[in-house]
Design a protein around this ligand. Structure first.
Ligand code: F6R
Length: 357
């Protein structure tokens, strides 16, 4: 039921702080220890490499998850698009662990990989919003996203839930391995939940930005470096699928190697700046596009902001910035689609779960 909301998508965007808090509760014991199946701990500890397999938005969450697992748990991770992996399998390590990320648990492209790697005898963990779904039943282990039903075709709260659960999984693995850690995931996720609430309360400001930058736009670019780049891929997908504006997410430093040719007078370029180590360089990339006439919108994080930034998100831990920065980007897509009279919850040509290869 969407209650007083005009669309499921808006409701689901608003639910994200509650989903974060639900995940904190579900993955914590009474003594504030992380709560995770021992078999999953064992699998995470005994593998020599992790292969994340997913499609679309879930793939984008996987890209962020790779950062957590490599940086915190010190396990190498490859992230693969399911439909490519199926027919073009890379050389596997000796003791691979496969992690399938899927909101629905029914994506046929991901299932095709699962069937193949099970035949090869490799272990699989599915991270899904639907325990009992095909991918959950056919894998050895399941982690639940606890996001509640996601009805809008465009995925929002499942993406942030996937990232939060991947952060918990990475920290848990680091702890079991006895690795040094100065990151309390539950405390940091609680800060994220509060930041999300601040962000969902700023709908009017974001609607104004959508009107100002995207109302008549034919195309749009999202640029970022490091983890901001991964969020840019997700932001571009979201904008394309519901507003039909052609959009591309780009690594800030790669722009000048060709794509900058597409920048014209008035082309909207949305830049993310949430990472201290690349703050200077991404701003240089913004200057490059502004010099070619782009209409720049910088979305930065408190502490890294500059006077001319269009929007500033509250400060959260640098590893978890995607959970906050994606919220204004989801809202931006929502309002851009709304202003164009698009069918926000049911965009053309799309289905909620893609059960064909
Ligand atoms: C985008 C979107 C799709 C799905 C993709 C994978 O908003 O919803 O890109 O993320 O089809 O679906 P799941 O996660 O159900 O495997």
């Amino acid at each position: 039921e969407k209650g007083t909301y005009p669309h499921f998508m808006l409701k689901e965007i608003d639910e994200q702080p509650f989903v974060m808090r639900k995940i904190i509760r579900e993955y914590q014991t009474e003594n504030n220890e992380l709560k995770l199946d021992q078999n999953i701990r064992q699998a995470m500890n005994s593998c020599d490499r992790i292969y994340i397999i997913a499609a679309g938005t879930s793939y984008h969450a996987g890209l962020v998850g790779k950062e957590f697992i490599e940086k915190l748990a010190n396990v190498p991770v490859e992230v693969h698009i399911a439909s490519e992996f199926s027919y073009n399998m890379p050389l596997l390590s000796e003791k691979p662990l496969f992690i399938f990320i899927s909101q629905s648990g029914e994506t046929a492209d991901s299932r095709a990989v699962l069937v193949k790697i099970k035949e090869m005898g490799h272990p699989a963990l599915t991270i899904t919003n639907v325990p009992g779904s095909t991918l959950s039943r056919e894998a050895d282990y399941t982690l639940n996203l606890y996001a509640g039903p996601e009805i809008a075709v465009a995925s929002t709260k499942a993406y942030t839930a996937q990232i939060a659960v991947l952060a918990i999984l990475a920290v848990d693995t680091a702890k079991t391995k006895g690795l040094p850690l100065d990151f309390d995931p539950m405390q940091e996720l609680a800060i994220v939940a509060n930041a999300m609430e601040v962000l969902t309360d700023q709908k009017e400001a974001i609607e104004d930005l959508a009107r100002k930058y995207l109302h008549t736009a034919r195309n749009a670019f999202f640029i970022g470096r490091s983890v901001d780049y991964h969020v840019c891929l997700e932001a571009a997908l979201k904008l394309k699928e519901i507003s039909y504006i052609q959009a591309e997410g780009f690594a800030g430093g790669e722009l000048k190697h060709g794509t900058i040719a597409l920048i014209e007078e008035g082309t909207p370029v949305i830049a993310l700046a949430t990472q201290e180590n690349v703050n200077y360089s991404i701003r240089g990339n913004v200057q490059e596009v502004v010099a070619r006439g782009a209409n720049d919108m910088v979305i930065s994080m408190k502490g890294l902001e500059r006077d001319t930034d269009a929007f500033v998100i509250p400060h959260v831990h640098e590893l978890l910035t995607p959970l906050a920065s994606v919220v204004p980007l989801q809202l931006l897509s929502y309002y851009a689609a709304l202003h164009r009279d698009c069918d926000v919850d049911k965009p053309r040509n799309l289905a909620k779960s893609v059960t064909v290869e």
